[in-house]
Design a binder for this molecule. Structure first.
Ligand SMILES: CCCCCCCCCCCCCCCCC(=O)SCCNC(=O)CCNC(=O)[C@H](O)C(C)(C)COP(=O)(O)OP(=O)(O)OC[C@H]1O[C@@H](n2cnc3c(N)ncnc32)[C@H](O)[C@@H]1OP(=O)(O)O
Ligand SMILES: CCCCCCCC/C=C\CCCCCCCC(=O)OC[C@@H](O)COP(=O)(O)O
Length: 276
């Protein structure tokens, strides 16, 4: 009988805790689900606007997509504090590189996206229903990350298009989402692209989301994201053999700003030694 009493007490004590855990995980997944549904819905609304205004696939549609996405931050209680926007005022094309933490980054991206700017994305995004369609209409460039050779040859074509069509290109050099509170080592595609197109690089850093968004802790509340657009990096004097050094320099500069914006102490690491 004592065992039953002990079990009853344990349930009374643990029950609310377990319920809270289940409900916080449920709330987290529900919020992510609602984010995807909102993206799909807004995209479905944006597609006809893009088609009616601009006819087909063109970077001009990015202005429409940007206007739609900018409304989303109010739904999720996110605020952006942006510094250095004047650094985007370059004449002509450039490569913009930034850190990539989550699918929520699309809000941060659209918050500051300059005109005539397209992004490099994994090709799987093309198949994400109306989101895929709207990104296609906006001129997003898709790459197959599983085929280095194909990805590299597409990037080669992009370099030409940048100068021909006066395009800025936004690349996430980490190559994947990363919500660990640090940066992943940078891949070199963005730097090859800048060198091939002979255009400057503009780094952008977003502060860590971990205080309000954390998959492992099922945390997703409102919060403030600090954003800093850094001064452009001139690459006109650089050669192919300088790419490793350039990648390392951008990684270290951005990582330093990332830690400062996130209010965390900075500990230097070498990007080459952290690559797996
Ligand atoms: C209306 C409402 C709408 C709501 C919805 C919201 C819509 C919003 C619209 C906006 C959409 C934005 C979407 C953003 C999506 C973001 C993503 O998908 S991130 C993932 C995809 N992006 C990337 O991967 C970019 C970064 N990756 C790279 O740059 C890579 O280098 C790579 C080009 C993909 C190749 O990668 P990989 O195959 O892994 O090979 P590496 O190890 O990097 O390189 C091997 C080797 O090759 C050299 N190299 C790389 N690139 C080149 C090149 N262009 N030319 C010559 N050589 C190259 C590299 O130096 C390596 O050699 P090394 O000797 O080791 O140095
Ligand atoms: C009829 C088909 C229906 C398909 C339904 C698809 C559901 C998807 C719906 C909405 C998704 C909204 C996401 C907005 C765009 C996010 C872009 C993004 O952040 O991609 C991740 C990519 O950077 C890195 O990928 P990985 O971290 O390597 O993975």
């Amino acid at each position: 009988m004592d065992v039953w009493w002990a079990l009853l007490y344990a349930m009374l004590l643990l029950g609310p805790f377990l319920l809270m855990q289940v409900s916080s995980t449920f709330k987290f997944h529900f919020k992510i689900f609602s984010y995807c549904i909102l993206c799909l819905t807004l995209s479905a609304l944006a597609v006809p606007v893009c088609l009616l205004r601009n006819g087909g696939r063109t970077v001009d549609n990015m202005r429409i997509i940007r206007a739609f996405v900018r409304t989303m931050k109010y739904v999720y209680g996110l605020r952006f504090q942006v510094k250095g926007l004047e650094n985007f005022e370059v004449d002509g094309p450039c490569v913009i590189i930034s850190n990539h933490q989550s699918i929520l980054d699309m809000m941060g991206l659209m918050e500051i996206l300059p005109d005539r700017c397209v992004q490099i994305a994994k090709k799987e995004l093309m198949f994400a229903g109306s989101v895929g369609l709207v990104t296609y209409l906006g001129g997003v460039i898709y790459i197959n990350r599983k085929r280095t050779h194909d990805a590299k040859s597409i990037m080669g074509g992009v370099a030409q298009a940048m100068t021909d069509d006066n395009l800025k290109v936004w690349v996430y050099p980490e190559g994947t989402r990363n919500n660990s509170g640090d940066l992943l080592p940078f891949k070199k595609g963005a730097f090859h692209l800048a060198l091939q197109a002979k255009v400057p690089i503009i780094p952008v850093v977003y502060s860590s989301f971990t205080s309000f968004y954390d998959k492992k802790k099922s945390l997703f509340t409102g919060g403030t994201i600090k954003v800093e657009v850094l001064p452009k990096i001139d690459i006109s004097e650089l050669q192919e053999e300088d790419i490793a050094g350039l990648t390392e320099r951008c990684f270290n500069d951005m990582r330093q700003v990332f830690f400062r914006l996130s209010g965390k102490p900075y500990t230097p690491i070498k990007q080459s030694s952290s690559r797996q």
